[in-house]
Design a protein around this ligand. Structure first.
Ligand SMILES: CC(C)(COP(=O)(O)OP(=O)(O)OC[C@H]1O[C@@H](n2cnc3c(N)ncnc32)[C@H](O)[C@@H]1OP(=O)(O)O)[C@@H](O)C(=O)NCCC(=O)NCCS
Length: 155
């Protein structure tokens, strides 16, 4: 599967008008505008653009040599085109260039598509956090934990 040429750039407050609807379209628990504003100030927030259009984003925090992927999403109309993999690879490259050696994340146990992305991008499943996420009607859902080694990747 080959992805079309895309541009990456760090997200800025001027991108909020595009970010909020994309988050709402891809996340069962979208962030409030205030959370986004905080994240844009304090985390690596990367946008994937097709011309002027935001088609994906990732959010990662880094402390010393460890990073955590807080969010990653691609426009549903563009799923299955390799963009998620492209975005994850670029996020990993930028984190590695910034000094991160490992990237950690958690994903809903029912989110098979994201797990397929992490598996195919070289992540290792490291464990399960039981009943971590809120589900519908008071239910809970397990988190699966993944780790990526960032040392030695092309930067
Ligand atoms: C998870 C997400 C970012 C993947 O983006 P994407 O652009 O569709 O992913 P890609 O096209 O790069 O595919 C990545 C891998 O997913 C798998 N995949 C692709 N299309 C798939 C499909 N229709 N069904 C199942 N798996 C699929 C493949 O394993 C693929 O790897 P491969 O190309 O090496 O075979 C996207 O589905 C999304 O935005 N989901 C909603 C937000 C979300 O769940 N984020 C993760 C939170 S932890």
């Amino acid at each position: 599967m080959s992805a079309p040429a895309m541009d990456f750039r760090p997200l800025a407050p001027t991108d909020l008008a595009a970010l909020l609807p994309l988050d709402a379209a891809t996340n069962s628990h979208p962030w409030h505008a205030d959370n986004w504003a905080d994240s844009l100030r304090s985390h690596l927030c990367l946008g994937l653009f097709d011309g002027p259009y935001l088609v994906g984003f990732s959010v990662a925090s880094r402390v010393l040599d460890e990073a955590e992927l807080l969010a990653i999403a691609v426009d549903p109309a563009r799923h299955g085109q390799g963009l998620g993999k492209l975005l994850l690879a670029e996020t990993c490259n930028r984190l590695a260039a910034d000094g991160a050696a490992m990237l950690f994340l958690e994903v809903r146990a029912g989110n098979r598509r994201a797990q397929a992305l992490y598996d195919s991008a070289g992540g290792s499943e490291t464990g399960v956090r039981r009943n971590y996420y809120p589900g519908p009607a008071g239910t809970r859902e397990d988190a699966r934990l993944y780790a990526f080694t960032l040392t030695g990747i092309a930067v």
